[in-house]
Design a protein around this ligand. Structure first.
Ligand SMILES: [Zn+2]
Length: 207
């Protein structure tokens, strides 16, 4: 899943009802004592509802010069092709989340040590941080799709479904990835992503 979402029930209750989930009194939007940001907080018990970014993991799986993508079965971006991934759960590391999401969506099982950092991207518009890993398989494995994918395929640069890619702003990153695969030389990117743009700072990083 790649949409903004409310991360737990207590946040949901607090936001919709405007009441403190700890003491039930009305929440207000103000700068809490000792803070420098406006936040929903409770004047009765002092509870502060932080709205920090949620963390999403993606896995760019490459085999035989092809990149694995799935066609999303669910909104948002239903029927669009995307890189496998999803939200990091509570009590889960980013690498374990990546292993889990990849297996759930494609049936492909990799180990945490197989995952190499590729992108650390801020998506301010959706209040998310995307951590993207890459991994290499020797052959294009048969896929066993989960409920979040209606199709899955291994694409070369030439036949990549560019017109149906879920975030067209990231297509230059796809091209760059194929370049790196061909060259056998990779980079680590620190990025800002949005629906319409991508700004990268690249660091030479070869594993
Ligand atoms: Zn309270």
């Amino acid at each position: 899943m790649i949409a903004a979402r409310i991360t737990n029930l207590t946040d949901c209750v607090g936001e919709l009802a405007g009441f403190c989930f700890q003491c039930g009194k009305a929440m207000r939007r103000s700068v809490p004592p000792g803070d420098d940001h406006e936040r929903w907080n409770c004047s009765a018990c002092g509870y502060v509802r932080y709205e920090n970014p949620t963390v999403v993991v993606l896995v760019a799986v490459e085999a035989e010069g092809r990149l694995l993508v799935i066609r999303r079965a669910l909104e948002p971006y239903k029927a669009r092709w995307a890189v496998p991934g999803g939200f990091v759960e509570r009590d889960e590391s980013v690498t374990l989340a990546a292993v889990r999401e990849l297996e759930e969506e494609t049936g492909i099982r990799v180990e945490e040590d197989d995952l190499i950092p590729l992108f650390i991207a801020s998506v301010v518009s959706t209040n998310q941080i995307y951590v993207t890993f890459r991994t290499h398989l020797k052959t294009c494995a048969t896929l066993h799709l989960g409920i979040e994918a209606s199709d899955g395929a291994w694409y070369t640069r030439e036949d990549f479904p560019r017109d149906e890619f879920w975030l067209p702003a990231l297509l230059p990153a796809v091209d760059d990835f194929f370049d790196c695969v061909a060259a056998g030389h990779f980079k680590l990117y620190v990025s800002d992503w949005s629906e319409t743009s991508m700004h990268n700072r690249a660091f030479d990083f070869n594993v």
